[in-house]
Design a protein around this ligand. Structure first.
Ligand code: SF4
Length: 215
């Protein structure tokens, strides 16, 4: 199957399952990083009100770089991220010190920022620079595993074949909206426990779906 079919199918049906989050409006590298730090253990709907208050107190990288740990902990502990408050401040300090307050534009450099892992780096590259070779979180990895009938186990998002497939599907013109569509699709349709195959725009193409057709 050609890779371009996938983004087309998802994007064409995106209006059916699109979620609107505040960090998707006028998004910047800073907003995406803060949102993704907060979403590591928390559902988006729960993180959104905390995110709004956080951005009011720390609207940019410089203000966060000067934050007191106890002040940031007020936000992170309400999200169950008790030990991660230092990441927020350390990331901001690192960017101010090493990149003069501007986010670097390569995955390799983004990965040097404290707390920024492969997924956050990929998300920043896709959403802000339209230049990610791939983006994978556990939901996207599960979807790739199902769609291509890979039947992998363990830490599947780190498997070479999953990264290769992700690289293929991220060859799109508009990576920002494709990523948002893919995140919404994998959260609401290709769900972790019981995927909604009967309502899925990819049924018939997906190897996991009982109604898939031979390719
Ligand atoms: S058909 Fe089912 S398993 Fe396949 S992508 Fe759609 S929801 Fe996921």
């Amino acid at each position: 199957m050609k890779y371009f079919i996938l983004p087309n199918l998802i994007n064409n049906k995106w209006s059916l399952f699109r979620r609107k989050f505040i960090w998707r409006v006028n998004c910047s590298q800073y907003k995406i990083m803060i949102a993704e730090f907060m979403l590591q253990r928390t559902k988006a709907e729960q993180a959104e009100p905390v995110y709004k208050k956080f951005l009011l107190q720390y609207p940019d990288i410089v203000s966060l770089s000067k934050a007191r740990l106890t002040s940031v902990e007020k936000y992170t502990s309400s999200l169950g991220l008790h030990k991660r408050a230092p990441n927020f401040i350390n990331a901001a300090k690192y960017i101010v010190k090493n990149f003069k307050g501007k986010y670097p534009k390569t995955r390799k450099e983004l990965l040097t920022i404290p707390g920024v892992g492969d997924y956050v780096a990929g998300a920043i590259m896709a959403v802000c620079f339209n230049n990610a070779d791939y983006v994978i979180d556990s939901n996207i990895a599960r979807f790739i595993d199902r769609f291509y009938g890979l039947k992998l186990s363990g830490e599947i998002r780190r498997k070479k074949i999953v990264i290769e497939k992700a690289k293929g599907i991220f060859k799109v013109k508009d990576q920002r909206n494709f990523l948002f569509a893919l995140l919404d699709f994998t959260a609401l349709v290709c769900k972790p426990i019981v995927p909604l195959c009967n309502e899925c725009p990819l049924r018939g193409k997906c190897k996991y779906s009982p109604s898939s057709s031979p390719t």
